[in-house]
Design a protein around this ligand. Structure first.
Ligand code: AMP
Length: 487
C-alpha cells in the first residue's frame, strides 16, 4: 500500500502536481493494451418476419386466455382435441376452396419426403373434420363437441394484428343441425370475451345452403358484370374466382357497388330463413349483442347457413379487427369423404385478444402514473417468503412445498441470501405480507410475519401458518381492488 508522506505537504506547488500524480490509493491499473482476440462475430439469427415470441411480460395474457378458454369450454361440455400442425395440403385445398386467399396465397406448403405435398395448418376446422372421419366419430353419441387452442400459419403480409404464426381458440360441434347449436356456440364465444372483460358485438348473416348460394351467385355475377368497368383490378379478378369476396373489398368504389348488390338473404328458402330466425331468437333469449349484416359472407367455401364475426363493441370494423369468425358447415364432412354430417364452429384470434388486454393494462398504467405519487393506490396482494441462513433456506423450500400442497402459492427468491434484496423483491411484487425465516425461527419452529404496509411484525408458530395465510387470502377478497388496504 503506498503511504502519503507528510513531506508532500512542504513541496512547492509546481512540483506538487508531479508528485501527487505518483501517489496512488487504488491498485495500479493494468496499462498493458488488452490483447484483441481474433474472434469471429456471430450473427444471432433473427425472428422470422411475421412471427412472434411471447415473452414473460406478456405471457400472462396468453395463459389467461388459455385458462379462460378451458374453463368456458368445459362448462359448455366441450372436450379438448389436439390435431397435428402438419397436414396433407390437399385437406385445406379441398375444404377451404382453391379460390380463397388462404389456399391461393397464404399456405406454407412443402414437399413431403415420402411424396406429395404437406403444409402447416392455416386453420383447424378442416383438421378436426378429418379426425372425425378418420376415427369414425359418427358412431359415437352426437354431437361431438370439441375445443382447441394452438398455432396456425398463414403467409400473409405482416401488419398490426396480422401475423404469419398466430393462435386460435376454437370450438366445433359436429353431428347436429339445430339452431340452438349455432346459438350455443355464439353464446359461448360471447361469454368467453365477457369473462375477459371484453364487450363485443356479433355481426351475423345467413348464406343459406349450397343450392341457394349457387342461385344467388348467378344473380350476383350478372349484377357485377354490369358494373365490371368500375370495379378495382383485384375485384375484377375475384369476379371470376370468388365473387362473394368482393364484399370484403376495402376499395371505396367497390364498396359503393356492393351496397346496391343483390343480398343473399333474399335468395333463401323459407326453411333457411326460419332456421336463421330461430338462431336469432335464441341469441335474444341469452342476451347476445348482435347486428344483422346482410353483406357478411365469410371467405371460405365450406360455410352454409349461419355465418358470424365478432368485433369490439366500440371499435373500428376492418377484417384486421375481427376478433373471431365462424359459422355452420353442413357440407364439409361429406365433401372430405365422410358421411353427410352437419356441423358448426368458431375460431378466435388469440393474439388479437392479447393485444386488447395488453392495451387495456397499459391504459390503466398510464392513468396510474399520471396521479401524484402520494395518491397512487397500492394494490397489495399475496405473501412472500424471505429466508436468512443455510438452515432457513432448507426449511423455506420445505415450507413452500407444504403450502403448495395445501393449494397456497408463496412468492420467493430463494437464490438470494441477503434479506435486504429479498425484501426489495417483495416490495416490487407489491405483496401484502412477507414471512421471514431466520436461524432462530428455524430452531423455535416459528416464523415472522411482516405487514408490508404498516411494517408491523408478529411471530407465529409454523403450525399456524396455513391458517394465517388463508385468513390473509380471505381479507384480500374483500378489499376493493384499487382502494387502500383495510387496516
Ligand atoms: P378466420 O379463420 O380467418 O376466420 O379467422 C378467425 C380469427 O383468427 C380472426 O377473426 C382473427 O382474430 C384471427 N386471425 C386470422 N388470421 C390471422 C392472422 N394472420 N394473424 C392474427 N390473427 C389472425
Amino acid at each position: 500500500m503506498p503511504r502519503i508522506s507528510q513531506k508532500t505537504k512542504r513541496i512547492s506547488p509546481a512540483s506538487k502536481k508531479r508528485k501527487v500524480k505518483k501517489i496512488r490509493l487504488s491498485p495500479k491499473r493494468n496499462t498493458k493494451k488488452k490483447e484483441t482476440k481474433n474472434v469471429k462475430k456471430i450473427n444471432t439469427p433473427n425472428l422470422l418476419r411475421g412471427f412472434k415470441d411471447i415473452l414473460p411480460e406478456t405471457s400472462k395474457y396468453f395463459v389467461g386466455i388459455l385458462n379462460t378458454a378451458q374453463n368456458i369450454s368445459e362448462a359448455y361440455n366441450y372436450s379438448y382435441i389436439e390435431t397435428p400442425i402438419l397436414e396433407p395440403a390437399q385437406l385445406f385445398i379441398r375444404s377451404l376452396g382453391k379460390a380463397t386467399d388462404v389456399v391461393d396465397k397464404e399456405m406454407y406448403i412443402f414437399d413431403n419426403k415420402e411424396g406429395g405435398k404437406i403444409c402447416l395448418r392455416p386453420e383447424a376446422t378442416a383438421s378436426i373434420a378429418r379426425a372425425y372421419i378418420n376415427h369414425g366419430l359418427q358412431t359415437k353419441p352426437q354431437p361431438i363437441k370439441v375445443w382447441y387452442l394452438g398455432p396456425m400459419f398463414r403467409h400473409d403480409r405482416p401488419q398490426a394484428g396480422r401475423y404469419r404464426q398466430f393462435h386460435q381458440f376454437g370450438c366445433e360441434s359436429i353431428g347436429e343441425r339445430d339452431p340452438i347449436v349455432d346459438a350455443e356456440l355464439i353464446s359461448l364465444a360471447y361469454n368467453f370475451f365477457l369473462d375477459l372483460g371484453i364487450k363485443t358485438v356479433v355481426h351475423i348473416n345467413s348464406i343459406g345452403n349450397l343450392e341457394e348460394r349457387e342461385n344467388y351467385l348467378a344473380e350476383l355475377v350478372a349484377y357485377l358484370k354490369l358494373h365490371k368497368n368500375l370495379l378495382s383490378t383485384d375485384s375484377k379478378k375475384r369476379l371470376t374466382k370468388n365473387p362473394l369476396r368482393i364484399f370484403d373489398s376495402k376499395d371505396e368504389r367497390d364498396q359503393q357497388i356492393m351496397e346496391e348488390a343483390p343480398q343473399i338473404i333474399d335468395w333463401l328458402t323459407d326453411e333457411s330463413r326460419d332456421y336463421f330466425t330461430e338462431v336469432l331468437e335464441y341469441l335474444d333469449q341469452v342476451g347476445v349483442n348482435y347486428i344483422l349484416k346482410p353483406t357478411l359472407v365469410r371467405g371460405l367455401d365450406y360455410y352454409t347457413d349461419t355465418v358470424f364475426e365478432f368485433y369490439l363493441e366500440e371499435g373500428e370494423e376492418t377484417s384486421q379487427s375481427a376478433l373471431a369468425g365462424g359459422g355452420r358447415y353442413d357440407g364439409l364432412i361429406e365433401y372430405l369423404g365422410g358421411q353427410e354430417v352437419p356441423a358448426c364452429g368458431f375460431a378466435i384470434g388469440v393474439e388479437r385478444v392479447m393485444n386488447i388486454l395488453q392495451a387495456r393494462d397499459e391504459e390503466k398504467q398510464k392513468v396510474y402514473l399520471s396521479l401524484p405519487k402520494k395518491e397512487r393506490p397500492r394494490v397489495l396482494k399475496g405473501v412472500f417468503l424471505a429466508q436468512l441462513g443455510k438452515q432457513a433456506k432448507k426449511q423455506a423450500l420445505y415450507l413452500i412445498e407444504r403450502l403448495r400442497k395445501d393449494g397456497l402459492k408463496i412468492y420467493h427468491n430463494l437464490a438470494k441470501s441477503s434479506i435486504k434484496t429479498q425484501l426489495e423483491s417483495a416490495d416490487k411484487l407489491n405483496v401484502a405480507y412477507t414471512l421471514i425465516l431466520g436461524q432462530k425461527e428455524v430452531q423455535e419452529e416459528s416464523i415472522i410475519i411482516r405487514d408490508m404496509e404498516s411494517g408491523v411484525q408478529e411471530i407465529i408458530p409454523q403450525s399456524k401458518l396455513k391458517q394465517k395465510i388463508l385468513k390473509i387470502k380471505d381479507e384480500e377478497k374483500i378489499i376493493n381492488p384499487g382502494s387502500k388496504r383495510k387496516k
